[in-house]
Design a protein around this ligand. Structure first.
Ligand code: ADP
Length: 458
């Protein structure tokens, strides 16, 4: 109860009793009431006034307390509105309404926060003094720091962006342009800076959208076209050169003609192989997302590849040695594509492996969920720094040697894409001077995975 209550009670008792006291005093003066009767009447009157005033002062005091609580944003769940006046009831209703509105606003705020945090793109809101008032999860992840509550320039050190925010706040101008975040971020963003409220007086909003994968894709496509053109240009210009020679100086020279025709045939075959590989790559990419599910016995696939390549191996005095379990080793797959993977890997082992050494193929089932097939050669091996890039299109450790051996530089890229379509994995290890091993791990029918081919591609 507030401390003013005794004064208020006294004042209320006097206010209620005053008219009666005046009447009693008048009656006493006029001699109508005896002094004893007057005192008795005044005492009764004061007692009654005290009871009436007490009730009202109590109600009023509770009401005052209640209003003060509401004003302070507190809530008193034990408050009984029924014991106080109508006004108090109305205030209690108002309080409930406020409470509902507060809850609704809190829910709306929580939903807005949830939406902002669910946005994949970084979003930052600053107030007019450049202080970050809201940064969503994506923003804090990208800038790897807590932004909210700090000056924007403390977390985001990009001059163009900071200048744009400054002019959004001062001059109410917007910015929409591509910016490059310097190392260590090394990413490209499309940035949108918008003033909030009239002339930026409510702050500014910064929205970033990551363009790095798009730019990377564009660069890869451009590099790819450049690489294909380069790969085709060499045999093509050699063909044109020989055609010129055959039409001119060597027209009558039959020995030279036979020689040239043999080279031209080789060059044309090289172009044809390249086009074959490019077509298979684009076919595989087209159905990258549909996982094949026909049972394929990998022992049979390897036996088939052995048949196809054993002659080539014998030419280098090499042998293909397969170690596989006696039981069938089925995986869900596309037989032709899996054949292509092992054709490429075993062909490489023969090309790059050492003469007079075996190419070993080991089929292993580490558990019921996967089958691992390793192709091992005993060649010069691959320097460690090349391993991560080996499956890129046209990436070669020694381009001249690859071309000389008839390679297109696409074999491992094709293998990687086929393996990804099968939701498998390709692991390459190599020891210089000893040889290399390429392990293809494929999920079996026991494996239930939701992983998408894109994720498996890495
Ligand atoms: P290529 O047609 O050039 O053989 P690949 O994509 O099959 O293309 O292989 C890419 C490069 O990886 C090859 O040029 C070669 O340098 C290297 N490479 C692949 N397999 C082996 C291996 N078994 N031993 C050594 N180097 C290899």
């Amino acid at each position: 109860m507030p401390h003013r209550r005794p004064d208020r009670l006294l004042l209320a008792v006097l206010t209620v009793a005053a008219p009666g006291i005046l009447v009693i005093a008048g009656l006493l003066i006029l001699g109508i009431l005896s002094p004893v009767a007057a005192v008795a009447a005044a005492a009764v009157l004061l007692a009654l006034a005290t009871v009436i005033a007490w009730r009202h002062v109590t109600d009023l005091t509770r009401l005052q307390l209640r209003v003060e609580q509401l004003a302070a944003g507190e809530d008193d769940p034990g408050y009984e509105a029924t014991t106080v006046s109508d006004l108090s009831l109305a205030i209690a209703r108002l309080s409930r309404q406020w409470q509902d509105e507060r809850e609704m606003l809190a829910a709306e705020r929580a939903t807005a926060d949830y939406i902002l945090d669910a946005l994949p793109d970084p979003l930052i809101v600053v107030d007019k003094s450049n202080m970050v008032v809201r940064a969503n999860n994506a923003a804090e992840e990208v800038f790897e720091t807590e932004l909210t509550g700090r000056d924007l320039s403390a977390g985001l050190r990009h001059p163009t962006l900071l200048r744009a925010v400054d002019s959004a706040l001062r001059e109410s101008t917007s910015l929409a342009e591509e910016i490059a975040m310097p190392p260590p971020m090394n990413r490209n963003y499309s940035a949108l800076v918008e003033p909030l409220g009239e002339s930026g007086d409510s702050g500014a909003l910064i929205l970033l959208h990551d363009l790095t994968p798009v730019r990377l894709g564009e660069r890869m496509r451009a590099d790819f076209v450049a690489n294909v053109s380069h790969e085709l240009r060499t045999p093509l210009s050699s063909l044109l050169g020989f055609i010129e020679t055959l039409r001119g100086p060597a027209r009558e020279d039959s020995e030279a003609r036979d020689n040239f025709l043999a080279i031209m045939h080789e060059q044309a075959e090289r172009m044809s192989r390249l086009i074959e590989d490019l077509l298979s790559l684009s076919r595989i990419e087209m159905d990258q997302h549909s996982r094949p599910d026909t049972p394929v016995d990998m022992r049979l696939v390897l036996a088939k590849v052995d048949d196809m390549l054993s002659m080539k191996a014998r030419n280098r005095n090499m042998s293909i040695q397969i170690t596989a379990p006696d039981a069938p080793a089925p995986v869900p797959g596309d037989e032709d594509q899996l054949t292509q993977v092992f054709q490429n890997l075993i062909d490489n082992a023969i090309k790059y492996g050492g003469e007079d050494t075996p190419v070993e193929i080991v089929v292993d089932q580490p558990d019921t969920r996967q089958l691992a097939i390793t192709v091992i050669d005993h060649g010069p091996g691959i320097p460690r720094e090349h391993l991560p890039r080996l499956t890129e299109r046209f990436y070669r450790v020694d381009a001249a040697r690859s071309r000389q051996l008839g390679g297109t530089g696409l074999g491992l890229a094709i293998a990687k894409h086929i393996i990804a379509r099968h939701r498998g994995r390709l692991d390459i290890s190599s020891a210089e001077g000893e040889g290399s091993s390429f392990t293809v791990t494929l999920p079996t029918f026991a494996e239930e995975t939701d992983e998408s081919p894109d994720e498996a591609l890495g």
